[in-house]
Design a protein around this ligand. Structure first.
Ligand SMILES: Nc1ncnc2c1ncn2[C@@H]1O[C@H](COP(=O)(O)OP(=O)(O)OP(=O)(O)O)[C@@H](O)[C@H]1O
Ligand SMILES: [Mg+2]
Length: 490
């Protein structure tokens, strides 16, 4: 009703303006300014409102949906859907939930701090038919939201009220969005009509900190650190630091590094950018990839140890065991092959700049996570505090971690066999991945007891293998000595 009245007033005024425009040649020039001024005064009297229109597509980049429009749409869908008669339904989150928004030509009144604003939705039609409209883009229909408020509230509405609408709409978007897992390892990154540095799939990993097996104290420490980070926007601003944090996850294969990244993303509701460095052409491309990441995300570089020779100036690092050295050589050979195939010339300094150079400050609320199996091999510059702020060791399964896995896989909190398992875990090293594999029932016949016994047998076998290895190693220097003596005698 209110909107109809306002429209009528507006058309009356438009009529007056039209009258003036038509007959202006019959009116002496010197009166034009006065007439305009009086007409404007009359407008304020007859129509004491202002209108602001938010178009769905931006004029300069006609294919790009306006963020403001999207935020307003979400805000109105949450705040107005109870009062609007006709609603549009959008299915999100993999068909699991429905988001309602105002249908075209609907109106709704919103109130904030005692001030009323009127929102209406509408659309215009463009005569031009573009390539874009044939390709399912914005098409010839252009939607908009129109905000109408009293002229005297203009400042409050444009500054305070609109900021609230945009902030709330943005927050709703974050809550209801489908999280994504991005990768740069793809030759075809065309998305509709735009070239994308990253391609993505929907991120739905079940790992959480509840199901993650590790020492509870350490887990609590990590959880506190992450929660603190996500709440510290103002703190980072105050101390003059960009709002990002680096985590280095290190430990043997199968100790949960990748699972922890997924748990972090699920906890903070962030997207993940899985950066494959071998596919990055050079430092410039690395920077472009960085610029193209969004806030509220985790940038992951797995197996960072493969990058040791990036500069060709690797310092002498501690020698690892024979097995570790062999594993590292295989991994590095694969990395070199990938790198050569894709012609990658990323350097260590390029990577250091990526982590904390000037460009890294674009965007905010971001975690950078490196993973490695061989922390002692890494260049100290890469993992110094400030770049990798928190170093997290993920190690072999301890008794506390086993209890979490037993709860996850068998739904038991205690059992008489737990004591034996606790003892064996102290005596031998087994990764959480291996413990989990033993605990998982493989048929209907396998119950809690059979699974726990399976684990006990595996642990005993692992212990025996280590004992045999040790005996062999002890025996071999003696044999060498004997051999040496014999050759001297001969
Ligand atoms: N700490 C853990 N808590 C719960 N499950 C775990 C844990 N560690 C490993 N797992 C299980 O083992 C599987 C392999 O773990 P994950 O891939 O996270 O290991 P990783 O440390 O990333 O290994 P890699 O160094 O080879 O990449 C996971 O899918 C998960 O089911
Ligand atoms: Mg992994």
């Amino acid at each position: 009703m209110m909107m109809m009245m306002m429209t009528q007033l507006a058309s009356t005024f438009a009529g007056l303006m039209f009258f003036f425009a038509t007959f202006r040649q019959f009116i002496p020039e010197e009166f034009h300014g006065h007439i305009r001024r009086y007409l404007n005064k009359l407008l304020t009297y007859l129509y004491p409102y202002i209108e602001i229109t938010f178009h769905e597509y931006q004029e300069e980049t006609w294919y790009e949906r306006s963020n403001a429009y999207a935020h307003i749409e979400r805000y109105l869908s949450t705040n107005s859907s109870k009062f609007v008669k006709r609603l549009k339904a959008n299915v999100v989150k993999d068909c699991k939930s429905v988001v309602l928004s105002m249908d075209d030509y609907e109106e709704v009144i919103d109130e904030f701090n005692g001030i009323e604003v009127w929102w209406s939705s509408g659309k215009t039609f463009s005569q031009q038919r573009s390539w874009f409209s044939y390709n399912g883009g914005g098409g010839t229909e252009r939607r908009y939201y129109k905000l109408t408020c009293k002229r005297k509230h203009r400042d409050f509405v444009t500054k305070v009220y609109m900021q609230r609408v945009l902030d709330e709409g943005k927050a709703i978007g974050v809550r209801t969005r489908q999280r994504k897992l991005y990768t740069n390892n793809k030759s075809e990154n065309w998305e509709g009509y735009q070239w994308k540095m990253w391609s993505h799939i929907v991120f739905e990993h079940p790992s959480t900190f509840d199901t993650f097996a590790m020492d509870p104290k350490k887990k609590e420490e990590i959880l506190n650190d992450l929660r603190m980070f996500s709440r510290s926007k103002d703190y980072y601003k105050k101390v003059g630091k960009s709002w990002k944090r680096g985590y280095l996850l290190y430990g043997p294969p199968g100790t949960g590094k990748s699972s922890m990244i997924a748990a972090m993303a699920n906890l903070l509701e962030y997207d993940i950018y899985d950066l494959e460095l071998a596919s990055v052409k050079d430092n410039t491309e690395l920077r472009k990839l960085l610029i193209d990441t969004s806030s509220k995300s985790i940038i992951v570089i797995e197996d960072i140890d493969c990058l040791l020779d990036l500069t060709g100036q690797r310092k002498e690092k501690k020698e690892g065991s024979e097995e570790e050295e062999k594993d590292l050589t295989v991994k590095k050979a694969k990395w070199e092959k990938d790198k050569d195939k894709k012609g990658s010339v990323v350097t260590l300094s390029g990577l250091l700049n990526f982590v904390d150079g000037l460009w890294s400050t674009c965007g905010s609320e971001r975690l950078i996570v490196f993973t490695t199996n061989y922390v002692e091999k890494l260049d100290p510059a890469l993992i110094r505090r400030g770049r990798m702020d928190m170093h997290i060791e993920l190690s072999y399964c301890c008794f506390e971690a086993f209890k979490v896995l037993a709860k996850n896989y068998l739904d038991v909190d205690s059992h008489e066999l737990f004591a034996t398992i606790g003892q064996l875990l102290e005596e031998t090293n087994m990764t959480p991945a291996d413990v989990a594999e033993n605990l998982m029932p493989k048929s209907d016949e396998e119950n809690v007891e059979t699974c726990l016994n399976k684990l006990i047998i595996s642990l005993k076998n692992a212990k025996e293998e280590v004992r045999l290895e040790d005996t062999k190693e002890e025996a071999s220097p003696k044999a060498e000595e004997e051999e040496g003596k014999n050759s001297e005698e001969n």
